[in-house]
Structures are given as structure tokens and as C-alpha cells.
Design a protein around this ligand. Structure first.
Ligand code: SF4
Length: 294
């Protein structure tokens, strides 16, 4: 619950505010870009919602915030309730953004795939009755894909509730030692006909992306859309091994996808050809310009 006495001075006056417990995770900006912006090490309200649409999005951000840093001076209970019940949010073709980001994964996004042969959860949100019921309504969870060691959050509790198979890479398995399925090595592993686990070591030794239906790449902390550059981004600082990271990004050129759905940062949808160009541009910017090949 946000605390008005800790309200950041960077907020504009008005109903919504961010307090000093913000962990700078970016979730609110993704959900309500008309209201929230990064100001130094925190986020803040730079523009109070004016329309019903903006107010709804601001309440969605308030609910998704992993640490309860967003508050209102006067809560509109009707809109709050509608916003709460709007999660998981549909993206496309049975793919959803779950919401209720967990502090345990530093506010990483998690996703849900509704599939006739068993549903998937990608990384873990907070463990909440509302989400358990929402997943139950859709037929439960068969698989929980864990992109890397930092984003497992409450995966064990969801696995127990649904008897789901947790999938994690051997190199990051210490974060979920009793996971039911361990992926080894660097080769792609087809778990089900439309589901391919792609080991992408770099950010961590056991980072993986999940490629679904040759359209959706659930990229964990390996890849995201950089809204400032309007290009794909990959870790610059929190890197376990930069040479492996480069190989892992280059490996994506051999796969076809239209969506990048990251743990942190913006998602992006581009036609296949444009996505491939965007991966090439990232490689050029991040490695070729720094270490030109002769
Ligand atoms: S969602 Fe919450 S913790 Fe994350 S940046 Fe916004 S205010 Fe901060």
C-alpha cells in the first residue's frame, strides 16, 4: 500500500502518486505510459489521468506494481475493481500478460498461453487466489517455463497447485532445484510441437527464451524493446558472459518470430522480416561497431 507521506516530489499534483518504495521496475510505464515516467532512480506521475481510459490504465499499473508504490489520494473503487478483474490481459492468439508482477522477480512480467493441449505460464507472478482461479477457469497450468534464475518467484506454489511441470536450464537450476524438467546444453529443445526452448546464455549461464508457434518469443531478460532507441535491446551491465550473449543473440537470426515478450522492458510486435532486421541492427550496434571484423 503506497504511503502518501513518502510521496515523491517528482510527482505532479493530483490523485495518483508514486512513493519512495518504488524499485524502478518499469511495469507502470508499460501499462500506463500517459501517466508514469522514469525520473532518476524512481518512477513518478508526470501527467494525471484525464480520460476514463487513462484512469483505468493507471489503476491497472497500481495493481500490477510489485511493491505497492502507487497510490491515490481518493480511490475510485469501481474503476479499481474493474481494473483488478481485467488481468490477465490478452495480447494475441491466446497469449496473455498476467499482471500482478512479483517483487521476488524484481517486478518481471509473466505471461500465460492458453493451449488446447495444456496451458503454459512463463515466469511467475505473485501467488494470488484471483490468478489461481483465472488459470483454473482456463483449464489450469501444464507447464511453467522459467526463463532464468532471477524470475522464478512463486513458480513452486503454482506448480504444486496445478501439478505443472517446471522447465528450467541446468545452469540456473539452483533457483528451482526440484524442477520437473531440466534443459541441458545450448541446443534448442522442442518440448511440444509448437513450443521450443532456446538456451540463450549471456545474462545468466542458464538463460532461456521460449519460442511459441514461430510467432512469440518469450525472452526473459535476454531481449526487449528499447523505447528510447526504438530498437531491440539486450543486457549491457548485468552480463554473465558477453561473448556467450553475442552468440545467443546471433542464434536468434535462425528463428522466425514476430513478438518479443520480455521479462523487463517493452514488448514489441513486428513483421518477421522487420524483426530479423531489428536483431541484425542490435548485433551491429552492440558488438560489430565495438569490435569491427576485418
Ligand atoms: S510499477 Fe511500481 S515499482 Fe515498478 S516502476 Fe512503477 S511505481 Fe516503481
Amino acid at each position: 500500500m503506497a504511503n502518501f507521506s513518502k510521496r515523491l516530489e517528482t510527482n505532479v499534483e493530483g490523485n495518483f502518486f508514486v512513493d519512495s518504495t518504488c524499485i524502478d521496475c518499469d511495469t507502470c510505464r508499460q501499462l500506463a505510459p500517459a501517466t508514469f515516467i522514469e525520473e532518476g532512480d524512481y518512477f513518478a506521475v508526470f501527467h494525471q489521468p484525464e480520460s476514463a481510459k487513462e484512469e483505468f490504465a493507471a489503476y491497472q499499473a497500481l495493481i500490477a506494481c510489485p511493491v505497492g508504490s502507487i497510490g491515490t489520494v481518493k480511490k475510485n473503487s469501481t474503476v479499481f475493481s474493474k481494473a483488478q478483474n481485467s488481468f490477465p490481459l490478452p495480447i494475441e492468439e491466446g497469449v496473455f500478460y498476467v499482471g500482478f508482477n512479483s517483487e521476488k522477480s524484481f517486478g518481471a512480467n509473466s505471461y500465460f498461453i492458453q493451449h488446447p493441449e495444456g496451458n503454459w505460464l512463463i515466469d511467475s507472478p505473485r501467488y494470488l487466489k484471483q490468478l489461481v482461479q483465472a488459470f483454473e477457469k482456463q483449464g489450469g497450468l501444464q507447464y511453467i517455463f522459467l526463463s532464468h534464475q532471477d524470475d522464478v518467484a512463486e513458480a513452486a506454489r503454482y506448480a504444486k497447485a496445478f501439478g505443472a511441470t517446471r522447465i528450467i536450464h541446468r545452469a540456473d537450476a539452483s533457483a528451482m532445484p526440484d524442477a520437473e524438467r531440466i534443459i541441458e546444453g545450448k541446443d534448442a529443445v522442442q518440448v511440444k510441437p509448437e513450443f521450443v526452448c532456446l538456451p540463450v546464455p549471456g545474462h545468466t549461464a542458464g538463460s532461456m527464451a521460449l519460442l511459441y508457434n514461430n510467432r512469440f518469443l518469450f525472452s526473459g531478460d535476454h531481449l526487449w524493446w528499447d523505447r528510447d532507441l526504438q530498437q531491440l535491446g539486450t543486457p549491457e551491465n548485468l552480463v554473465w558472459d558477453d561473448a556467450q550473449l553475442e552468440q545467443s543473440v546471433r542464434k536468434l537470426l535462425h528463428h522466425s518470430f514476430e513478438w518479443v515478450l520480455p521479462g523487463h522492458g517493452e514488448r514489441i510486435h513486428l513483421p518477421h522480416r522487420d524483426m530479423k532486421n531489428a536483431v541484425n541492427q542490435l548485433i551491429q550496434r552492440r558488438w560489430n561497431l565495438k569490435h569491427p571484423r576485418v
